[in-house]
Design a protein around this ligand. Structure first.
Ligand code: ADP
Length: 195
């Protein structure tokens, strides 16, 4: 079993984070938590890359739809009226295609982050998917306010600044998808002697 300090995750600063000049602030939050950035690069993705970055299976698309429908229910929004369907697979498919448009609309910054429980830790620093539900102190809570009911009315993806791998499987797939092994660096940070 890998040493817990060696857990790795992928973080992407989405086009809204780059365009709003929040890259430095976000990187700083990761670094000051004691997590180590071991790869970092600016890039502009194409549609095919984003399509392959996110899972393509029905289960994932349904989950995306369910999350959206839950948000609609919370705010008493009628999904059928707003989106023309309340089927989680259909809604998930729509959201996935808006997501591809969003993530190809400008340059992004990708990085690999290493540290204790890096996957959960970075998700926690990012905050939940819907910025309107994110706590203050999280990246999404401090710098954005979007949610599904607003985004979907305008037929666009939620602008929530960052993407962070959710599971070990996702992290493994996403790191090897976006980085070649020689672009990832092993080095010692000052805190390595302390914690
Ligand atoms: P997360 O990025 O928090 O892991 P998901 O994997 O559920 O969230 O969704 C992927 C991305 O799709 C989100 O970060 C967000 O940008 C977008 N998204 C999710 N649900 C919706 C929705 N209902 N409407 C528009 N965009 C959405």
């Amino acid at each position: 079993m890998l040493h817990p300090k060696k857990e790795r995750t992928l973080l992407i600063l989405k086009p809204d984070a780059v365009k709003r000049g929040l890259a430095g602030e976000i990187v700083s939050r990761i670094e000051s938590r004691g997590l180590k950035i071991i790869a970092l690069r600016m890039f502009w993705a194409n549609k095919d890359q984003i399509d392959r970055h996110y899972p393509q299976d029905e289960k994932w698309i349904k989950r995306l739809g369910e999350k959206t429908l839950k948000n609609y229910a919370e705010y008493n929004f009628d999904a059928k009226k707003e989106l023309g369907s309340d089927d989680s697979l259909v809604v998930g498919g729509m959201v996935r295609s808006w997501l591809i448009d969003y993530l190809t609309s400008g340059p992004m910054v990708k990085m690999v982050i290493e540290g204790i429980h890096a996957i959960n830790m970075v998700r926690k620093i990012a905050g939940p998917t819907m910025p309107a539900e994110a706590d203050m102190g999280t990246i999404r809570g401090d710098f954005s306010v979007d949610d599904a009911t607003a985004a979907n009315r305008d037929k666009r993806s939620i602008r929530n600044l960052v993407h962070a791998s959710e599971t070990h499987e996702e992290a493994e797939h996403e790191i090897s998808f976006w980085f070649a092994p020689e672009e990832i660096f092993e080095y010692k940070r000052a805190e390595d002697d302390v914690m």
